[in-house]
Design a binder for this molecule. Structure first.
Ligand code: FMN
Length: 208
């Protein structure tokens, strides 16, 4: 878990799950981009029970972002649990939800699959007001054991792609990810201009 260091109240929370580490990199980049824009950000992994290693910030900050990789057609159960548990707390907040997969780096029909999985994630979590995006992930060969290497090679060949198991392959469009962070920061700015918003200019005492 990382938090930008100063005493201001938290502006943003980025929660992620990861199996091979790439979604952690994506979450870190989102947090970094928001911090570059002057926001105080906490970035945290979620465990399989759907809890954060420290306490959940109470109340949640005015910008909340969650993301999960796709493994074998599903999102991380811990992330889904955490997000579902907080769906009721998202009123008057800027909200982002992202899904990381190889399909998002594929042909248009594969990207459509990634979008369908993201729509399913929105339904599962109840984060219906979230700004959403699919993010192209990575093939982290160096993190795979024998079975995952074997499976990944098979999946790639089946999809007409050539595996390159001698090096990790990253498909993430970092500029597009920065643009997603910028849009969420813009959502937060607009929200804070409204009266009665938590963390807003006139939001003292407002509840979620
Ligand atoms: C065992 C395994 C299963 C995967 N299943 C899918 C899948 O069903 N659909 C997909 O688009 N990508 C799939 N991927 C690709 C991952 O979503 C991608 O590698 C992502 O970057 C992993 O994120 P992480 O490093 O944060 O775990 C799979 C990867 C592995 C290793």
């Amino acid at each position: 878990m990382t938090t930008t260091t100063d005493d201001r109240p938290l502006d943003a929370l980025v929660v992620h799950a990861t199996t091979e580490g790439h979604t952690a990199r994506i979450a870190a980049r989102l947090a970094e981009r928001l911090a570059e824009r002057g926001l105080r950000v906490r970035s945290s992994p979620v465990n399989e029970h759907g809890t954060l290693p420290g306490d959940d910030p109470e109340p949640l900050p005015p910008l909340v972002i969650a993301g999960s990789p796709v493994h074998v057609g599903r999102h991380d159960p811990g992330l889904v649990r955490w997000a579902r548990g907080h769906a009721k707390d998202l009123g008057h907040r800027a909200v982002g939800l992202f899904s990381v997969s190889l399909s998002a780096a594929g042909r248009p029909d594969e990207v459509a699959d990634a979008e369908r999985l993201l729509a399913h994630l929105v339904g599962e979590t109840g984060w219906t007001q979230a700004r959403t995006t699919v993010v192209a992930g990575a093939i982290s060969w160096s993190r795979y054991g024998f079975l995952k290497r074997f499976l990944m090679k098979r999946v790639l060949r089946k999809g007409g792609r050539t595996p390159h198991p001698d090096h990790d392959e990253v498909f993430t469009d970092w500029a597009a990810l920065d643009a997603f962070a910028d849009r969420l920061a813009g959502d937060l700015e607009r929200l804070r201009a409204e009266p009665g918003v938590p963390g807003g200019r006139s939001g003292q005492g407002a509840s979620a």
